[in-house]
Structures are given as C-alpha cells and as structure tokens.
Design a protein around this ligand. Sequence first.
Ligand SMILES: Nc1ncnc2c1ncn2[C@@H]1O[C@H](COP(=O)(O)OP(=O)(O)O)[C@@H](O)[C@H]1O
Ligand SMILES: [Mg+2]
Length: 274
Amino acid sequence: MTIIDKTSNVPAPRSAPEGTPLLEVRDLHVEFHTRDGVAKAVNGVSYSVNAGETLAVLGESGSGKSVTAQAIMGILDMPPGRIPHGEILFQGQDLLKLPAEDFRKIRGQKIAMIFQDALSSLNPVHTVGAQLGEMFRVHRGMSKKDATAKAVELMDRVKIPAAKARVGDYPHQFSGGMRQRIMIAMAMALEPDLIIADEPTTALDVTVQAQVMDLLAELQREMNMGLILITHDLGVVADVADKIAVMYGGRIVENAPVHEIYKRPAHPYTRGLL
Ligand SMILES: Nc1ncnc2c1ncn2[C@@H]1O[C@H](COP(=O)(O)OP(=O)(O)O)[C@@H](O)[C@H]1O
Ligand SMILES: [Mg+2]
C-alpha cells in the first residue's frame, strides 16, 4: 500500500455529504478555571474550513488562536480547561460529543497538528526514522522494515536531502528547518483530511521560513487537505490563504475571503495589521 503517492489522484473517501464543510467550529467557548478565578480564553468562535482550503487565523498574542486549535485537536488541558458551550463539527460530526476513543482515532488519523517548536515535539532519544515509522506500525500495522521504508519515502517527500542515509539520525542532528520538515512529514504520514499548523515557521530563520511554508502549501494542494494556518506573517497569508479569520480577545472580529479583507478590512485591529 502506498500512503503518499504523487501519481494517484484518487481522493480519500469522505464520510460527509457533498457541500458539508470539512470542519465547522460553532460558537466555541473555552474557559480556564484556576485558583485566581475563571479566565475566558475563547468567547464564541465560529469558523469553517472546506477540503483543499486554507483558513489563516491571525490575531495578537493571547487572543485565543492556540486554545481554539487545541480544542479542535482534543488536546486542551481539562482541567483547568472547560468547554461550556459550542460545537466542533468534523465531517458533520460533533467531536465534543464523541466518546474519547472515537475522538482519539480521528485525532490520530484524520486531523493532524504541526507545532511551532519541532524540537520539543520530537522525542530526543528516538531516531526520526523510528518516530516516523511508528505512525505506520501503530496505525497501519506495518513491519519495522516496511515502516522504515515508508519513513524514508516521507523524508524524501518533504525534501530532506539524503533521506535514506539520515533515517537513523536523531532530531538534534537536523537543522531547525529540517526538523520542521520532519514534523510536516509526521503530520502528513496518515494522509489526514485536516492539518492545523500553529505558527509552524515562527521559530525558524527568515530564509528558511518561506521554504517550509512553500512545502506545506504544496503538499496541502497535492493532497487536497484542509489547512488551518495560525500565523503572524501577513506575507504568507496573502500567498496561501483562501480565507482569513482575525481573532481579538477570544472572539473572531473578521472572517472573510482574503481578497475582501485586503480591500476593506472591517476591524481596526485588522487595519492595523495591514
Ligand atoms: N492551560 C491554560 N491555563 C490557563 N490559561 C490558559 C491556558 N492556556 C491558555 N490560556 C490563556 O488563554 C488565552 C489564550 O491563549 P492562546 O490561545 O494560547 O493565545 P494565542 O492567540 O497567542 O495562541 C491566554 O490569555 C492564555 O493565557
Ligand atoms: Mg498561540
């Protein structure tokens, strides 16, 4: 079985009927209950992403971008986190109502996340080949040998030079840009329908940022995935996003196709950004 195959254009089967957004967040509220009281981090966020579409999420630090992403991904710390209200419809199904086991399956296979800091997301004591291969061993039941071959294939796919020679290397032996490529490979391994990338290039040198972003955009197009791209970088947004949601104080203050926002930003914060 070929997991990533450029020559195959057959889309993965989707359970939702035609026209249903891939992901639809509806009126999501997230609060944190701490000794100091209740902090309302997300106050009624709604946004949606279709297959093959990129939604860029912008907003100042602390505006709730990551917490919203964590809720979608099911990795919020609960407690102290709580979701008092809202729906997260993935292929028409509310993830918040799913049994934990079913949510875990979706999270592992259909929704993947790329974080800013690859070094803390990768395990330092295992080779990158072992970590990539584990995806195929655990989720696809492959032998160690086959899984390693898949790992090499993936490393090739994200354009890591000499992939075959480097599959036995450890995370710290790669540059920041190469490590982030490995994170992208990890996220893509099981051909998810949706990728959430939370400031995926922020920790990288400026020259490397564009290359990693180009790679992500290219793979997304080829695999027709939905992408939620949380970013500060307006240059990136103009190039790759279809829609923009701007967050401010836990709310969406602007949500529109890219060309409309550039023409007439509605909110002062967005005008400031532009
Ligand atoms: N585990 C947590 N416990 C308490 N407060 C949190 C926690 N995680 C995030 N917050 C708060 O939620 C708010 C939104 O954070 P976040 O979504 O990370 O912002 P950003 O838009 O920068 O990604 C912030 O005020 C942050 O302090
Ligand atoms: Mg964040």
